[in-house]
Design a protein around this ligand. Structure first.
Ligand code: ADP
Ligand code: MG
Ligand code: MG
Length: 518
C-alpha cells in the first residue's frame, strides 16, 4: 500500500496559524515538558513549562497495521507475564548475561535473593508494557515489525492521549484548512485512551492490594523533565479512582521508607500530611530504576531491594524488568519458544484461561509475524553466523546492549570496529563481552513521508523526512490464582527525523505524534 503525499501543502500564513493553534493547545492541556535545567545547581522548582515536541499534522499510518498491533497486545501481555513467572527460564538466560553485564547481574542477583520471600509477601505483579513497532516496507508490502518490548517505565501514555486529542481538536476547529481529504475523515483519528487505561491499570493493582487508605508510590528520577506525563497519571488516579499518590526518588526513599506490621507493608510518610502516620503503599510505580545511572552510589540497590521485599505490588517487579531485556526478545525468536510459553497447558492463567486449546497456533503466528531477524553474539552456531553477518553486511544491522532509555545502540558501519574492540577487551578464559549484546536486523520504514515537527520551546517548525514508531500499551496484573487483568491500553506514535537512528523524545529528537489511519 502507499501512503498519501505528506504533509499537505500550506501557505506560510496557514502554517503560522497552525503552529499557533497547536502550541497554545499543547500548553493549555499539559502536553508539556519542563524546560531544560540551568547548567549548574539543583533543578529549580517548576515555574513554567514548554510544549512537548509535536507534529503539526498527524502522520499517516496504515489502518490495518495499526489495528493488528493493538489486536495482538493481550497476547504479548500474556507472554511476558508467563516469562516473569518462569524462574528457571530467566535464570538460564541471566546466568550467562550476568557474566558480561554488571547491571543485569545486579538485577538478577537481587531478584534471586528476594523472590522466595516475595512469593509469600506479595505474589502479585503489575506490568505496564509498551510494545514498539516500526513499519517495514518491502516492495509492495508494509507491515509492523517489533523494535522492542518495554516492561519498565513505559512512558508517554499521558502525552500520547493528549497528542491524539490535539490533532482531533485541530481537525474539528478547522485549523487544518481542508488541506487534505484524509484529514477530514473522522474515523482516521483512532480512539486512544492510553492515559485513562494506564491509570486504570494502576488502580486495578491498588484495588487488588485491598487497603482503601493505601497510596501509590511513584519512584522518580532526580531532574526528570517529563513530569507532566507522570503527573497526568497521578491526577487521573485521584480524580477518577480516588487514589492518592506521592513521588520520591531512591535517595529520598533510602531515608523515608520503612516496613511495618507482620505482612511487611511498605510505609512512606506522605509529604502532604506530615503529621499523620506514614501511608501504606499499595503499588510502587517505577518511572526510574531502569538505567545504571539510577544506581550511582550503590546505596540505591539496597533501597530497591527494600522496596521489593515489601508487600506493595511492584510495577514492574524485578522479574518483569528482567523479562524486558533485549536478550529475552532475541531468545523468544528461537524456534519453539513462543509455543512453549503460549501453548503449554500447564502454564498459569494470564488472561486467556488455562489448559489445552485456550491459545492456538494462529496466535503464535500472529506474534511471530512481528519479529525481525534477531541473533545472539555468543559462540553458538547462530552466534558465529551473526558475527560473520555483522562483518560482511553491517549496513543491515543494529547492535544492542541490555539497556533501556535510548541512545545505547550501535548502528551499521560502527558495528564491526565496536565488536572488534569488545573482543580485544575480553580476557581469555572469561565469557566474551559481545555476549552481552544482540544483533538485530534493521527495519526499513516507508520512504518519502514528511511532516512539520516542532521542537519543545522552539517557535519554528521544521519540515522533516520522518519515521514513525508505534507503541502499544498493555496492562497485566497477575501472579496469584484469582487475580488476572490483561488489557490492551492504547497507543503512542513517536515521529523522528529519518537522519537520526534513535528517537528520544526527552532529548528533543522525536515528536509525540498521533496516527492518521489511511
Ligand atoms: P531502548 O530500549 O533504548 O529504547 P530500542 O530497542 O527501542 O532501545 O532502540 C532505540 C531506537 O533505535 C528505536 O526507538 C528505533 O528508533 C531504533 N531502532 C532499534 N531497533 C531498530 C531496528 N531493528 N531497526 C530500525 N531501528 C531500530
Ligand atoms: Mg526500551
Ligand atoms: Mg525503545
Amino acid at each position: 500500500m502507499s501512503l498519501p503525499a505528506w504533509p499537505p501543502k500550506t501557505s506560510d500564513a496557514q502554517l503560522a496559524s497552525l503552529l499557533n493553534e497547536a502550541s497554545t493547545y499543547a500548553l493549555a492541556h499539559g502536553f508539556t515538558l519542563l524546560p531544560p535545567h540551568p547548567a549548574s545547581g539543583a533543578p529549580p522548582a517548576p515555574t513554567h513549562a514548554i510544549a512537548a515536541p509535536l507534529s503539526l499534522f498527524p502522520t499517516p499510518f496504515p489502518r490495518a497495521e495499526y489495528t493488528r498491533a493493538r489486536g495482538i497486545q493481550r497476547l504479548y501481555n500474556a507472554l511476558y507475564a508467563r516469562i516473569a513467572l518462569d524462574w528457571a527460564f530467566l535464570d538460564g538466560i541471566f546466568e550467562e548475561v550476568a557474566k558480561v553485564d554488571e547491571f543485569q547481574k545486579e538485577l538478577w542477583t537481587r531478584w534471586r535473593a528476594v523472590r522466595e520471600e516475595l512469593q509469600r509477601v506479595q505474589p502479585l505483579q503489575l506490568g505496564i508494557f509498551r510494545s514498539d513497532y516500526l513499519l517495514h516496507a518491502t516492495g509492495k508490502e508494509t507491515a509492523i515489525k517489533q523494535v522492542e518490548f518495554n516492561t519498565i517505565a513505559s512512558s508517554f501514555g499521558a502525552l500520547s492521549q493528549k497528542a491524539g486529542e490535539l490533532h482531533r481538536y485541530l481537525a474539528a476547529s478547522g485549523s487544518f484548512f481542508d488541506a487534505a481529504p484524509e484529514l477530514a475523515d473522522a474515523t482516521a483519528y483512532p480512539d486512544n485512551k492510553s492515559l485513562g487505561n494506564i491509570a486504570a491499570g494502576l488502580a486495578d493493582a491498588w484495588k487488588a492490594y485491598g487497603n482503601p487508605n493505601a497510596i501509590v508510590l511513584v519512584v522518580t528520577q532526580d531532574g526528570e523533565r517529563n513530569i507532566f506525563d507522570q503527573r497526568a497519571l497521578q491526577y487521573e488516579l485521584q480524580a477518577t479512582h480516588g487514589i492518592k499518590s506521592i513521588r520520591h526518588t531512591f535517595a529520598e526513599l533510602d531515608v523515608l521508607a520503612k516496613h511495618g506490621g507482620d505482612k511487611q507493608a511498605l510505609l512512606v510518610p506522605n509529604p502532604l500530611t506530615p503529621n499523620e502516620a506514614p501511608a501504606e503503599v499499595a503499588v510502587i510505580y517505577y518511572r526510574a530504576a531502569y538505567t545504571p545511572n539510577d544506581y550511582t552510589t550503590g546505596k540505591e540497590w539496597d533501597t530497591r531491594v527494600f522496596l521489593e521485599r515489601s508487600a506493595a505490588i511492584k510495577c514492574p517487579s524485578l522479574a518483569l524488568q528482567l523479562a524486558g531485556a533485549k536478550k529475552v526478545q532475541q531468545i523468544l525468536a528461537a524456534p519453539g519458544q513462543l509455543e512453549e510459553f503460549l501453548l503449554n497447558p500447564s502454564r498459569p492463567d494470564v488472561g486467556f484461561g488455562t489448559g489445552a486449546g485456550t491459545l492456538k497456533q494462529a496466535d503464535i503466528d500472529a506474534l511471530r509475524e512481528t519479529f525481525t531477524g534477531l541473533w545472539p553474539l555468543d559462540d553458538s552456531e547462530l552466534g558465529k553466523e551473526a558475527q560473520q553477518l555483522a562483518k560482511s553486511h553491517p549496513e543491515r544491522f543494529v547492535l544492542k546492549p541490555q539497556r533501556e532509555g535510548g541512545g545505547n545502540n550501535i548502528y551499521r558501519g560502527d558495528i564491526p570496529p565496536y565488536l572488534a574492540n569488545l573482543d580485544a577487551e575480553s580476557r581469555p578464559g572469561e565469557a566474551p563481552k559481545r555476549e552481552g549484546y544482540i544483533l538485530m536486523e534493521l527495519i526499513t520504514p516507508p520512504e518519502d513521508v514528511h511532516n512539520w515537527l516542532v521542537r519543545g520551546g522552539e517557535g519554528k517548525p521544521r519540515l522533516a523526512d520522518v519515521v514513525s514508531e508505534l507503541g502499544v500499551y498493555g496492562v497485566a496484573l497477575f501472579g496469584d490464582a484469582k487475580t488476572v487483568v490483561n488489557k490492551e491500553a492504547g497507543t503512542l506514535l513517536r515521529t523522528k527525523g529519518r537522519e537520526s537512528d534513535e528517537g528520544g523524545v526527552a532529548i528533543g529528537i522525536s515528536s509525540i505524534d498521533s496516527p492518521l489511519l489511511v
